[in-house]
Design a protein around this ligand. Sequence first.
Ligand SMILES: Nc1ncnc2c1ncn2[C@@H]1O[C@H](COP(=O)(O)OP(=O)(O)OP(=O)(O)O)[C@@H](O)[C@H]1O
Length: 252
Amino acid sequence: MASLNVANGKIDVAGGAPISVSVHRKVFPPVGDRAAQLVLKDISFEVAPRSFLVITGPSGCGKSTLLNIMAGLDRDYDGSVDLGPARDRLAFIFQTPRLLPWRTVYENISLALPDGDPRQSRIAAMLERVGLGQAMNAYPERLSLGMQRRAALARGFILEPEILLMDEPFVSLDEQTAQSLRDLLLELWHSHPTTVIFVTHDRTEAIQLGTRILRLAPGKASVVQDVTIDLTEAQRHDRAAVLAEQNRIFAA
Ligand SMILES: Nc1ncnc2c1ncn2[C@@H]1O[C@H](COP(=O)(O)OP(=O)(O)OP(=O)(O)O)[C@@H](O)[C@H]1O
């Protein structure tokens, strides 16, 4: 298994097989009066194991479509995705937390695992870790959206995935709650190293989280920018450093 070394706040990634993505064309067929739409064209990239790739760009540029293709949820495209041996250890955290309302928080996490799986014994600790120790026997309707998203993080990380796909998981939260969830995600990622592919339209979030950013643009159907983010953990929490990086990247 690859190792993750955290030294001086920087993350060095080593070992494992990269993910390889090559989408020649993704076209949505015509719907009603709407003509067929070319959404993705000639997109090829590799993702290093244990890296944190952010796919960003404005609404409608094709971020979710690309993520769904990578997840195998959309197979109607021209191209190929090779997740390597990690393909069997994949988790997906969606924009909506997707908790079953008739199950407690604990049961929602438990249902993600087979009966008798040794990871079942780690659920309570994981819920403590994400700040839901007091809420594990509550039903989702009693939780705030931020707490539901903590539960979704717990359900994703309890699987100990090799690949974690996340589609705008912190959207529609107030900034303080979103920031606390971003901090939690980075903590979980450091202690449970995995390849993360994270979709967001939020440029600040992209820079705070990613080790690399792929930017899509509306109407282009392809990657317009592919940049490495080389910030320390301290810099990721420093507004001025994030803003400077934001100007460097997105002004280009
Ligand atoms: N099932 C579908 N059928 C037809 N068109 C679709 C379908 N899903 C997405 N599209 C269109 O494809 C384009 C890209 O959509 P996609 O959801 O991938 O964008 P996005 O960048 O993730 O946007 P957002 O941030 O708003 O979720 C949009 O124009 C959208 O309307």
